[in-house]
Design a binder for this molecule. Structure first.
Ligand SMILES: [Zn+2]
Length: 324
């Protein structure tokens, strides 16, 4: 047994397609090459990375963090690098270790944290809009008068507007109670659904192309973990663009525009195509740069067309459903 043989419990597999490499390593006698090539998918790799994938950890990447504190510290750097998918997938290539549980936790926490942070300007904007109905009360006087009910109402409105509305009702002078009501449909459509629905359809179709079509899977030859990683990061940006539209809505109200459909529509007309363009570049980079699929051009062109059609179809469907 030579010193290059991996531990018994750890199979040496191709980082891209998962093909077992022990057929090759078993032929090694007293020396081994530094680089190899997978006979299944054609990926060139350093044997060192196959035996010890942890050597390949990226120092800035949240998915590769060994602790929660390191994950939080790496969050800004990871998000900034994600803005440029070409550069991102150049570094997070197919040979880098995958830790899906860490990645899923990070994506979820990042979206929740952003949601809470965006709720602060949104809550202030909502307060500004409702001051007319509360007369000359300041926010502190309001909380003083309604105590915990006031705090709960302001918090819930900030977190769930415009999907849900909360208000305080007085029960014949014997204290207060909180009431809830579903938000107005046209506001939910205009603020929450319309800005992101094209992206949702786009991502769903790319995922379907990669997962459900056998021919595509034969061409890409990647482990399922690679697809899940790409989808998780794409969904993260989807969630963040959703929060971005909430932020614009909150700032508009804060600045006193209240609900001005025209002004908001003009902003979305720029923002939405930029976000779709990001998804388009992202998925093309995943396949051509991150996964090193060869040949990649036809797959990227056909997948992009399918995804655009998917985005368009869902957009039209939601539009029609909203007019019923
Ligand atoms: Zn392979």
């Amino acid at each position: 047994m030579n010193s290059h043989t991996p531990p018994q419990n750890q199979r040496s597999i191709c980082p891209k397609c998962g093909y077992d490499q022990s057929g090759i390593t078993d032929t090694w006698d007293d020396q081994c090459p530094m680089y190899g090539r997978c006979s299944e998918c054609g990926l060139s790799f350093a044997w060192r990375d196959v035996f010890d994938p942890l050597l390949n950890d990226l120092y800035w990447y949240a998915e590769h963090a060994r602790s929660n504190r390191a994950m939080i510290r790496r969050t800004p750097g990871t998000l900034v690098r994600l803005l440029n998918p070409i550069r991102f997938w150049n570094e997070v290539d197919v040979a880098k270790p995958i830790k899906l549980r860490r990645l899923a936790v990070w994506v979820l926490l990042t979206i929740i944290t952003t949601h809470v942070l965006v709720s602060i300007p949104l809550g202030i904007g909502l307060w500004g809009r409702s001051t007319s109905s509360w007369g000359s009360l300041t926010i502190l006087e309001y909380i003083d008068q309604y105590s915990l009910y006031g705090i709960a109402e302001l918090t819930l409105d900030a977190l769930f507007d415009p999907a849900m509305r909360t208000w305080i009702s007085t029960r014949g002078g014997s204290g207060y109670s909180l009431r809830f009501q579903a938000g107005q449909r046209h506001l939910i459509y205009a603020i929450l659904i319309k800005p992101i629905v094209f992206q949702v359809g786009f991502v769903m179709l790319w995922t379907t192309v990669l997962v459900a079509i056998p021919h595509t899977r034969r061409v890409t030859k990647v482990r399922a973990k690679h697809v899940i990683r790409a989808v998780l990061l794409s969904v993260l940006m989807l969630g963040l663009s959703f929060e971005f539209t909430r932020l614009i809505y909150g700032i508009m109200m804060w600045m006193g525009f209240y609900w001005n459909g025209f002004a908001v529509a003009r902003i979305y007309r720029i923002v939405v195509p930029v976000l779709v363009l990001w998804q388009l570049i992202y998925w093309s980079s995943v396949i051509s740069i991150g996964w090193r699929v060869q040949p990649w051009r036809l797959l990227v062109v056909l997948g992009t067309i399918a995804a655009l059609l998917g985005g368009f179809a869902l957009r039209v469907y939601v539009f029609l459903a909203s007019t019923l």
